[in-house]
Design a binder for this molecule. Structure first.
Ligand code: ZN
Ligand code: ZN
Length: 282
């Protein structure tokens, strides 16, 4: 079974990459966004200050070595993060977490509602190909949807909204895409790490993913199971008035463009966010 899933995955996922693959970008001195094929992970911490940092999400399967190299380039040869924070447990966000933990043996933090998917108790529902005509949506039933088991390392995020090792940051529950999806926000400079609560590329389209065409979009449609909650989460994030955002897919966005795009997404969620039809729509 396991083997089957993996070979299916190899076959279907090889074409999934983008012009951003392997590219890193310092969004702020202490917020570094790195694109692994089609998904972003973020390092929070200033290499020129304490050198302490936290890794948000862990990229695609089989990317552990590349991620460790990227971290060494950015933070120095022996650098390892203080912790990992997961926005949610989809395969493209936890892809390399188990391998990284084998090397690092550090704590992982996630929302308690996401824990069943991270402790081997639950699988996610499969991707829904009916949400969009885009090729990624069509391929999505082939993506791995099984939960992982990192129960030796994973902890529930503190209930007071704080994030261990990330002073000044708060986590915000943004369910809909998954039950325990979180975003991370820093009030004083209004930086938002939004995971897949909304994204800045139309993730259902292979062409737009490959070219990383910038376009505000709701959460990736094929995987989102609760559209009412997803809409509430987008409204919650818009109300934070972020200045800069790093989303799980697509390029970082900021300033007026972000403010206008997010407002547009809230106002037109039924047209551009929510799919017209699909397994999880009604
Ligand atoms: Zn996701
Ligand atoms: Zn994603």
């Amino acid at each position: 079974m396991e083997h089957n899933q993996d070979s299916k995955f190899e076959e279907t996922f090889l074409p999934m990459t983008s012009v951003g693959n392997g590219v890193g970008m310092a969004v702020l001195p202490d917020v570094y966004c790195y694109t692994d094929k089609i998904v972003n992970l973020v390092l929070v911490g200033d290499p020129n200050k304490s050198g302490e940092f936290v890794l948000i999400d862990t990229g695609m399967p089989k990317s552990a070595e590349k991620i460790m190299e990227m971290i060494q380039e950015h933070f120095g040869e022996r650098a390892i993060p203080k912790a990992i924070v997961l926005t949610h447990g989809h395969f493209d966000h936890v892809g390399s977490v188990a391998e990284l933990l084998e090397e690092w043996k550090i704590p992982v933090y996630a929302h308690e509602l996401e824990l069943p998917f991270l402790t081997g108790q639950c699988d996610y529902p499969p991707g829904d190909p009916n949400v969009d005509s885009g090729l990624v949506a069509k391929l999505s039933p082939m993506f791995p949807n099984h939960g992982i088991n990192i129960s030796d390392y994973v902890h529930v995020l503190p209930a007071d909204g704080t994030i261990p090792n990330m002073p000044n940051w708060k986590w915000v529950h943004t369910p809909g895409h998954t039950p325990g999806h979180i975003s991370l926000f820093r009030e004083h400079d209004r930086v938002l790490i939004a995971g897949d609560a909304f994204v800045t590329v139309k993730q259902e389209s292979l062409y737009k993913v490959m070219t990383q065409t910038q376009e505000i979009s709701g959460p990736p449609k094929y995987y989102t199971t609760d559209w009412e909650a997803a809409f509430e989460s987008v409204k919650k994030l818009e109300a934070l008035k972020p200045q800069v955002v790093v989303t799980g897919h697509g390029l970082p966005m900021g300033g007026e463009e972000l403010a206008e795009s997010l407002w547009y997404l809230v106002e037109h969620f039924d047209e551009i966010g929510r799919p017209k039809s699909g397994r999880y729509v009604n």
